[in-house]
Write a protein that binds this ligand. Structure first.
Ligand SMILES: [Zn+2]
Length: 337
């Protein structure tokens, strides 16, 4: 893969005991250094206009002033220092780079993956939350629709948390489809099946809230039977993966059971789907808080594009998940017209 990376993202210092630390990027790069075919690209920071296309200018100004005055706790979880402003613009710029590179036709072994931080998917239009300041994937999606010949973008969010910010930003618009598979009841508590979009965005939000303990077979079925059919129907020109790795069975902050091989399986499915529907494909890093599992899982994504065959999950999805999937297939407006 081609990885988008900026040293500026390391300077967003969250303090010694915060899970979202610069060591996450260091761990990824350390492990990737042992792999072949890894290329790094530094991207320009996002412009203020690109950020303000999805965020309230008053919020953006307030966040900038907060950083300029030294930062601190925006909320109990979400911490900034002076350098966070630049890191956040870089992180959004890297996501734009991923989207634009994919739309330039770069694919296969060179598929783009931006590894910026702070992450983005909890940031709503007018506020930071959940370690996120700018919604990187949302900035990228809106930017390419505004500046490129792509009219529809799908964001598939497999981070263990629901991307409430991405959902919120695009809830009432029809040109960005947001699909999330996440752990039910985990922070921030949103992402129920019935949240499916409104007005022009009716049916363009799709949530699969899996119960704690779900693993590879459950994720496989959620993608094959719900996410993939909905994206086929939506027919986007670009699929962006909001790629968090905190559903890993050894991640410290979730109870999900996705394996490292499972991330390869998900990657191969998304890649094959994008190929099938003729969509460009780019990846944007979200969460993932076990340094070993995060770096191994990112390497697994890389190796999948480098020719590694995915390992098929063992076994059937559990009954509760089968019922959930059947419910979504029956009731969701994206799967029923
Ligand atoms: Zn997460």
């Amino acid at each position: 893969m081609k990885f988008g990376y900026s040293e500026a993202c390391l300077a967003h210092d969250t303090g010694g005991r915060h899970p979202e630390t610069p060591d996450r990027l260091r761990a990824i790069r350390e492990l990737l250094a042992r792999k072949h075919g890894v290329e790094y690209v530094e991207a320009d920071p996002a412009s203020r206009a690109a950020v303000e296309a999805v965020h309230d200018p008053d919020y953006v100004a307030e966040f900038r002033e907060f950083c300029e005055s030294g930062g601190g706790n925006w909320d109990p979880d979400t911490v900034a220092v002076e350098a966070t402003w630049e890191a956040a613009l870089r992180s959004a710029g890297l996501a734009q780079w991923s989207a634009e590179t994919a739309l330039d036709g770069v694919d296969g072994r060179e598929t783009p993956f931006s590894i910026g931080r702070p992450p983005g998917h909890h940031a709503v239009g007018d506020d930071a939350m959940g370690f996120c300041f700018f919604n990187n994937a949302a900035v990228a999606a809106r930017h390419v629709i505004d500046s490129r010949s792509v009219s529809r973008v799908a964001i598939f969010d497999w981070d263990v948390h629901h991307g409430n910010g991405t959902q919120d930003i695009f809830y009432d618009v029809g040109d960005v489809f947001y699909a999330s598979v996440h752990e039910e009841g985990l922070y921030p508590g949103t992402g129920e099946v019935g949240e499916s979009g409104t007005d022009a965005g009716e049916g363009t939000t799709l949530n699969v809230p899996l119960p704690a303990g779900a693993g590879d077979p459950e994720y496989r079925d959620a993608v094959d039977e719900v996410v993939a059919p909905a994206l086929r129907e939506f027919d986007p020109g670009l699929v962006l993966v909001s790629a968090g790795f905190d559903a890993h069975r050894h991640d410290p902050i979730s109870r999900m059971r996705v394996s490292t091989d499972g991330y390869g399986m998900l990657t191969a499915r998304v890649r094959d789907l994008a190929d099938e529907i003729g969509a460009a494909l780019g990846f944007v890093l979200e969460g993932g808080y076990g340094l070993d599992t995060l770096s191994e899982s990112v390497a697994e994504v890389h190796e999948t594009f480098d020719g590694r065959r995915p390992v098929a999950p063992d076994g059937e999805a559990n009954e509760d998940v089968r019922e959930l999937i059947d419910e979504i297939r029956t009731d969701h407006p994206a799967l029923n017209d």
